[in-house]
Design a protein around this ligand. Structure first.
Ligand SMILES: C[S@@+](CC[C@H](N)C(=O)[O-])C[C@H]1O[C@@H](n2cnc3c(N)ncnc32)[C@H](O)[C@@H]1O
Length: 238
């Protein structure tokens, strides 16, 4: 079984689509929502931003937060590979007064987005299911689709450095989340994958270096003692 196979990941999220929102909400004690908000706020919304992409957009979990920051008639495109996650997201397409939202159902690693076409890219909790080689491809894609001065912000659940936190956090990811998945949703094995992906992903440091190799200006972000990490920055030249 190749856990980074794109079809495997698509099927995993197709299966989780009915339960992902609730399990995520109950099991994270509000942390994931807080980290999404922090990720969205890493973008400088005061600049002239008209259009952006939410990559690995899932069920549109970040759209209410983007709606609070952007100006009217903002064009937002969600990109997600999973038809079932997109199906859930479609219910929110007209829910936000500032946003005109479209969904592109495609693999972000082979996307059809035009070169130099977006003011920003945002992504919350979509990095962990990528292998090293896939993260390099993603970094190339970010550089390709951003306009010069275009911004990006990513956040992902990460393995903290502090030994005590590692033990409790990995216990939580590997045991508590699957138990919540099982208790409330009757599904624990798919939620076990979360811990497996997080353990392998570690944090955003590798992704930061791949973005830098593409010539992007990048800063690391740490949330709650490294239980989540992010990268933010901009494209400084073509
Ligand atoms: C953990 S969910 C995150 C959803 C949402 N952004 C959030 O904040 O909760 C990861 C999403 O990434 C999508 N995804 C994974 N690999 C992808 C790929 N190669 N291209 C596009 N979407 C992908 C999955 O279908 C899933 O909806």
């Amino acid at each position: 079984m190749d856990i980074y196979d794109e079809k495997f990941v698509e099927n995993l999220f197709n299966r989780m689509s009915n339960t992902y929102g609730t399990t995520n909400y109950i099991s994270s004690f509000g942390f994931t929502e807080r980290w999404r908000k922090q990720c969205v706020r890493e973008i400088d919304w005061s600049s002239d931003i008209e259009k952006g992409y939410d990559l690995m957009s899932g069920m549109g979990e970040s759209w209410n937060l983007i709606n609070k920051e952007c100006k009217k008639n903002h064009q937002l495109v969600g990109v997600d590979i999973s038809p079932k996650m997109n199906g859930q997201a479609k219910g929110k397409l007209t829910s936000y007064k500032n946003l005109k939202i479209h969904i592109r159902e495609e693999n972000v690693l082979k996307n059809s987005i035009d070169d130099n076409s977006t003011d920003y890219v945002i992504s919350t909790f979509g990095l962990k299911t990528f292998s090293d080689a896939q993260l390099k491809v993603l970094a190339k894609q970010i550089h390709r689709i951003l306009k010069v001065n275009g911004q990006f912000s990513f956040v992902e659940i990460s393995k903290p450095k502090n030994k005590f936190l590692i033990l409790s956090y990995m216990f939580y990811l590997k045991l508590i989340i699957p138990i919540v998945g099982k208790l409330f949703m009757g599904n624990s094995s798919d939620y076990k994958m979360l811990g497996i992906y997080c353990e392998a992903f570690k944090d955003c440091h590798r992704f930061k270096s791949y973005l830098e190799e593409e010539g992007l200006q990048v800063e690391m972000c740490q949330y709650f003692f490294g239980c989540a990490t992010g990268v933010k920055g901009k494209k400084i030249s073509a």
